[in-house]
Design a protein around this ligand. Structure first.
Ligand code: AOF
Ligand code: ZN
Length: 417
């Protein structure tokens, strides 16, 4: 197991292996080309052997499962004995062993008397795909378990820690909890609400437009940003647009620049206007397409769409609209854990006003489309008061080529907290 975790310089640069101050200095002396990167590399420095050092390593290992573990969380584990790392592992995919198992296997007899670091509470529940990790930990002779956070899964939540301490293991919880919760934000939302995590993504100009008056939008953002959108698509298990976007752009919503798993494609189409020759329809047999419509849709296209391999779901209307919370419940029933919304202004507006968005990622191109006949990024009825404006927190800003990327989590309104 440890062999697969080689400590090459490139991996260190990617931050997979936090490095000690001494080791980094020696590395820079040996490889003068690294001097330029020293600033960035020093931010990775932390005291080797500290609890934080090993927990960071567990979190970085967990991240290796990104995009493959749904509906499970990303989890990493390391085993440390007398200051020496003797085992490491991570959860590769749902149905496969949990992170603790390969870490303990690699440690073998050295696990006796050792400490296990993991970013999530070890599981203790049975009647599931894999056996409970708590029993493997107890049998291995581990004496101390450090976890970043409780498992939000009600079948575990605190019971895993209890089982370990009942067996005489020292349990410490909460180290780097903020990082660990951010890492598994999707899993936490799924467990706590039963609904998919929603990321709203858009590419716009500096004046908040996503297309010219005639609908031209290819391409607002540059290639670096567009590549990242592919990564977002590969990470989510579903992508959603409104019928307006289908009619204006005829999008494919598939990975274009990178290899990976394509998400299922969902269209909100209340009156069933999706053309039979739309790319989302003609490719439905290779990448699933689902149309969310209402009982008001004309019956005949349903049969034609189904014949083309499209799945059609009827959503109950409420006050003449398809309520987004109902849509999310339906997606959850179809096994969606993370929804990426790439809607036009209409869908973006409905979603932001409905309070159903968890995270926003906008790419801003330093250009202007100059005028209200160009399509806006968020349209529909404006919020009546400044205090009612949906707002972001935990903002991250990054430059991507010529574009600016801004990401944030939607602040919960007082009533929702
Ligand atoms: C851990 N370590 O690596 C993971 C955990 O269906 P299963 O057997 O894979 O169990 C899934 C549940 O186990 C999941 O909902 C979560 O509570 C926990 N995930 N726990 O100790 C791991 N992936
Ligand atoms: Zn487990």
């Amino acid at each position: 197991m440890l062999q697969g975790l080689g400590r090459s310089i490139s991996e260190r640069k990617k931050g997979l292996f936090p490095i000690s101050f001494k080791a980094l200095t020696a590395l820079c002396v040996r490889h003068p080309a690294l001097t330029e990167l020293q600033g960035a590399l020093y931010s990775e420095v932390m005291e080797e052997g500290s609890d934080v050092f090993y927990m960071k390593r567990a979190i970085r290992l967990a991240e290796k499962g990104r995009g493959r573990t749904a509906p499970n969380p990303m989890v990493g584990a390391v085993v440390v004995r007398e200051g020496e790392l003797v085992g490491a592992g991570y959860h590769h995919a749902a149905g496969q062993p949990h992170a603790e198992i390969p870490a303990l296997q690699a440690a073998g007899k050295s696990a006796k008397g050792a400490t296990l670091y993991t970013n999530l509470e070890p599981c203790c529940h049975t009647k599931k795909r894999t056996p409970p990790c708590t029993e493997a930990i107890i049998e291995s002779g581990i004496v101390r378990v450090i976890s970043a956070m409780k498992d939000p899964n009600p079948l575990v939540s605190g019971k895993g820690f209890q089982r370990l301490s009942d067996a005489g293991i020292r349990v410490e919880v909460g180290l780097l909890e903020a990082e660990a919760s951010a890492l598994n934000a999707v899993f936490i939302k799924n467990m706590k609400t039963g609904l998919p995590f929603v990321t709203l993504k858009a590419a716009m100009t500096l004046d908040g437009r996503i297309a010219t008056a005639s609908g031209a939008s290819k391409w607002i953002s540059g290639e670096t940003a567009r590549r990242e959108v592919d990564r977002l698509r590969a990470e989510a298990d579903a992508v959603l647009v409104g019928i307006g976007t289908v009619l204006a752009d005829d999008p494919m919503l598939a990975l274009r620049h990178i290899k990976g798993r394509n998400p299922r494609r969902f269209i909100i189409d209340p009156h069933l206007k999706t053309p039979l020759d739309a790319k989302l329809v003609t490719t439905a047999r290779s990448i699933p397409t689902v149309i969310l419509t209402t009982t008001q849709a004309a019956p005949y296209p349903i049969a034609a769409l189904k014949a083309a391999g499209v799945i059609v779901r009827l959503i109950a209307m409420q006050d003449g609209i398809m309520p987004f919370p109902t849509i999310l419940q339906d997606l959850s029933r179809q096994g969606v854990t993370h929804l990426l919304v790439e809607g036009g202004g209409g869908v973006n507006g409905v979603l932001l006003r409905s309070g159903c968005v968890d995270r926003v990622i906008f790419y801003i191109s330093p250009r202007f489309l100059c005028g209200e006949d160009a399509k806006g990024v968020v349209t529909g009825k404006a919020v009546p008061r400044l205090e009612a404006a949906p707002a972001l927190e935990g903002i991250k800003v990054r430059r991507m080529g010529n574009d600016i990327r801004i990401e944030g989590r939607l602040k919960k309104k007082q009533a929702e907290i």
